[in-house]
Design a binder for this molecule. Sequence first.
Ligand code: AQP
Length: 327
Amino acid sequence: MKTRVFSGMQPSGNLHIGNYLGALKNWVRIQSDYECIFCIVDLHAITAYQNPAELRAKIEEIAALYLAAGIDPGECSIMVQSSVHAHAELAWMLTCVTPVGWLERMTQYKAKSAKLESVGDGILQYPVLMAADILLYQAGIVPVGEDQAQHLELTRDIAQRFNSLYGDTFVVPGTSLPAVGARVMGLDDPTQKMSKSATGANHAVALLDPPDRIRKTIMRATTDSNPAVDFETAGPGVLNLISIYQAFSGSADDEVKRHFTGMRYGDLKKQVAEMVISHVEPFQQRYRQIVSEPGYLAGVLREGAERVAPIADDTVRTVKQRMGLYT
Ligand code: AQP
């Protein structure tokens, strides 16, 4: 039997090249080696206010982008988190075995809550819901970007705590990070990770940005005071651009070093922009085709949910029995 893989993205903004290089590209690469479930985690997105009509549209946009990037719905299950009720149900049961101190230690919680006057409980509980998503399907591997590694560690802690309190119930999942592109940084500020919720006009390259917009954003990327690439002294902005190029091209470290050493920053940016465009343009064509087929996307999502719901129900039934709840 193939090991099960689970991962997801929030429909909380425009998917960017960080989401692609950190996660989606890896999903496409491994999809035929494992039994994969790829989710659109809309319950996570509502931890911050979302305009309802926009959220609904984003869910479909993200599903279409999964398909456009090469996820095969014949091979994998693509589904929306809120369409399988067991995600929320298991999250509550896991909340009850999770010490609040574990959640307060999460870097993402600290960063997000520091910016808010009033912190919603959902922001604190976010990683418990993520643990429920993964443990519900007894996933053995979770391919994510580096920013989610700490949440994965917490998922393992929650699984182990539950297993030790109630007996072996959950598979303890492993993390799969890409070798290059695990943490793509903001183009306007390379000390911050590229993020859907960041507001800067030149912060991110979205997967659906037109080529001219991509060129503009990359040409305006922050570099440093050197005129040309010197790997010994290069700042984070230059290294970020080079790693974006490398992650898209799949080139080896020494090849990249040879290619870029001494290159002027203007030329480096042009080459990075053309590399990104050559990869995202074909997605964009497939994306337009997918959204123009009436009913296709809804069918993929319905089938995905129908395929995974029995696995989720089975886990919830076992968890309820183990905890002594009424089944
Ligand atoms: N900058 C990044 N570099 C590499 N991987 C990244 N991921 C996110 N940002 C980067 C990975 O993309 C997947 C989906 O992310 P998410 O939708 O769960 O949200 P996130 O991790 O919180 O990412 P964002 O884009 O920063 O969203 P907002 O701003 O809405 O919080 C995950 O596998 C993540 O690791």
